[in-house]
Ligand binder design. Structure first.
Ligand code: ATR
Length: 275
């Protein structure tokens, strides 16, 4: 069979780790393929870029910032989860049709349950999501889809959180800070704490308890200030780069039908990130 052709569209993508991850997947599965970077400058005509993309005969591509919503207008079909999230990060090109998916939420949940396997037996645990951007929305729906049913969102702009979870499941950041002890899983989804602002954290973790899992989707740096503070309270820490790995695994499965074994990749990816 001819080698699979995959790619990534977005801007900027120079430092993306997706090519490295998919190379590991090709090796782990023995599948022959390439994963190329297709940078689309924001000042370019996106329709023209999509036309050019169609001539590349790709079997599938990933979509990253800033095109996860925009790309939806150019697809023949969008699956239900991606429609709910309102964003697509994976496109399957099949029989001349483009089909959109979103693997961010499901990838996040997989990475979490991989690290904490007992979690799925405890779907009633109180979860707090910090932030209400695109990433938070994907994770919220991923958790819901997996059955978790006790999710609160805190955001600087509470209206945005209410749009995702409904007014009754929203609190302010200050209230979240006060009530941290009530939650057993706290997920940091904002860009606060990302390099070069790695001295910042969205919230004080003073009231967090030792029974709580602290999760941050920021992976540059890997140990954010949020996680460093959490470590003084709990040993249950979930690192952001693992979400990257498992959203890629779900995309690879959509494209090839195979779920690559990720043993050892978490640590290897961490090494890549730390340069
Ligand atoms: P993404 O799609 O990557 O999630 P986004 O849509 O820009 O990014 O969302 C960023 C999130 O980080 C939002 O929840 C944002 O809060 P607002 O909705 O109030 O804008 C949050 N955020 C970013 N910078 C912040 C800051 N300095 N303080 C508090 N929240 C911040």
């Amino acid at each position: 069979m001819a080698a699979y052709q995959f790619g990534l569209i977005g801007y900027p993508i120079k430092h993306s780790l997706s090519p490295w991850i998919h190379q590991q997947f090709f090796e782990a599965t023995g599948i022959n393929g390439n994963y190329s970077m297709i940078e689309i400058q924001p000042n370019k005509n996106f329709s023209e870029s999509m036309k050019a993309l169609k001539t590349m005969q790709l079997d599938g591509f990933n979509v990253t910032v800033p095109y996860k919503q925009k790309v939806m207008d150019y697809l023949d079909e969008v699956d239900e989860a991606a429609l709910k999230i309102g964003a697509v990060n994976t496109v399957l090109c099949k029989n001349n049709r483009l089909i959109g998916y979103n693997t961010d939420g499901i990838g996040y949940v997989r990475s979490l349950e991989q690290k904490f396997p007992k979690l799925s037996e405890n779907i009633d645990l109180p979860i707090l999501i910090l932030g209400a951007g695109g990433a938070a929305k994907g994770i919220y729906h991923g958790l819901k889809y997996a059955g978790y049913n006790h999710i609160t969102i805190a955001n600087r702009t509470t209206e945005k959180a209410a749009q995702i979870a409904g007014e009754n499941c929203v609190i302010s950041m200050n209230e979240a800070q006060e009530r941290l002890a009530e939650f057993r899983l706290i997920i940091q989804t904002t860009s606060v704490g990302m390099k070069p602002n790695d001295h910042q954290s969205i919230i004080s973790l003073e009231n967090m308890t030792a029974e709580t899992i602290a999760s941050d989707i920021v992976y540059q740096p890997i140990m954010t200030k949020f996680l460093r503070e959490a470590q003084t309270k709990t040993t249950s820490i979930h690192l952001g780069h693992t979400m990257l790995l498992y959203q890629a695994q779900s995309a690879f499965k959509i494209w090839t039908g195979q779920n690559p074994n990720t043993t050892g990749m978490d640590e290897a990816l961490q090494k890549q990130l730390e340069g």
